[in-house]
Write a protein that binds this ligand. Structure first.
Ligand SMILES: C[S@@+](CC[C@H](N)C(=O)[O-])C[C@H]1O[C@@H](n2cnc3c(N)ncnc32)[C@H](O)[C@@H]1O
Length: 249
């Protein structure tokens, strides 16, 4: 097993559950049967984890829902390697990783096949002029609208108040509908549940997936340890977002 970063970069290229840009060709779309072959199913019922890093959400969900298919997407091979190795060790055949830029997702993810998109702790790109890189910017919402099925949902988990407010602005502009906005998931029960944070029961009563509480990613653990507040926004992109679609050149 590759122990160092370079070794993991090299090994990720040959893992059977990772597909890389280099294999696909940067601007070459996938054959429409690609995912059906990968997952060995007749129709797709996809959940994506974007900016997945080590893929904690995809790993947890793929174990819990063996009849659904999961794709983790990140550009950093060394992080994907960890998730991909764990998936192989667990024998998961319903989870695959893509080492591509999320910006190029339209080449890889078929239209109207996705039920859920998890976006845990994506980079907030706080520098002026970098807003369009945020994964809740209008051009990404347009792409999510294309790949989501009707009533599909995007789960955004973040420690960044700026990213949370920016996401709320897109909702305010009508580019997405807000399903849930929980500004502080571990203390939001202060009013409703006696200050102990949101309980699993509270989560389930509100119809929020329990994995919001039961899965903590690498970055989430770091943020919690440094005392940061964890916010969750569940949203559904609207047709208005489509006006912001930017075609790939
Ligand atoms: C802060 S880390 C979070 C990783 C993981 N979700 C977690 O919570 O531990 C952000 C991740 O997003 C990935 N990323 C950022 N922008 C990306 C893009 N445009 N395409 C693919 N990956 C991207 C980075 O490689 C990095 O692994």
């Amino acid at each position: 097993m590759a122990k160092n970063k370079l070794g993991r970069y090299a090994e990720v290229e040959v893992l059977p559950n990772v597909t890389e840009v280099s294999e696909l060709g940067m601007w070459k779309g996938l054959d429409e049967t690609f995912w059906l072959q990968i997952f060995g199913v007749e129709s797709l019922d996809l959940t994506l984890e974007l900016a997945c890093g080590k893929g904690e959400y995809a790993l947890a969900l793929a174990q819990r829902y063996p009849d659904r298919q999961f794709i983790g997407i990140d550009i950093k091979g060394e992080r994907l390697w960890r998730g991909a190795k764990e998936a192989l060790d667990l024998g998961l055949t319903n989870l695959h990783f893509l080492r591509v830029y999320i910006d190029h997702m339209e080449l890889y993810i078929p239209e109207a096949t996705v039920d859920e998109i998890w976006i845990p702790f994506s980079d907030p790109y706080l520098k002026q002029g970098k807003e369009s890189k945020r994964l809740t910017s209008p051009r990404f919402l347009a792409e999510y609208h294309r790949i989501l099925r009707p009533n599909g949902i995007v789960h955004v988990k973040t420690d960044s108040p700026e990213l949370a407010d920016y996401t709320r602005e897109q909702i305010g502009e009508g580019l997405a509908e807000c399903a849930w906005d929980v500004p502080d998931i571990y203390a939001c029960g202060a009013g409703e549940a006696g200050g102990a944070g949101m309980s699993p029961e509270e989560c389930s009563r509100r119809g929020i997936p329990i994995e919001l509480l039961t899965v903590q990613t690498h970055y989430e653990k770091k943020h919690i340890a440094s005392g940061r507040t964890i916010c969750y926004i569940g949203l559904r992109p609207t047709r208005l977002a489509l006006a912001h679609y930017i075609p790939l050149k």
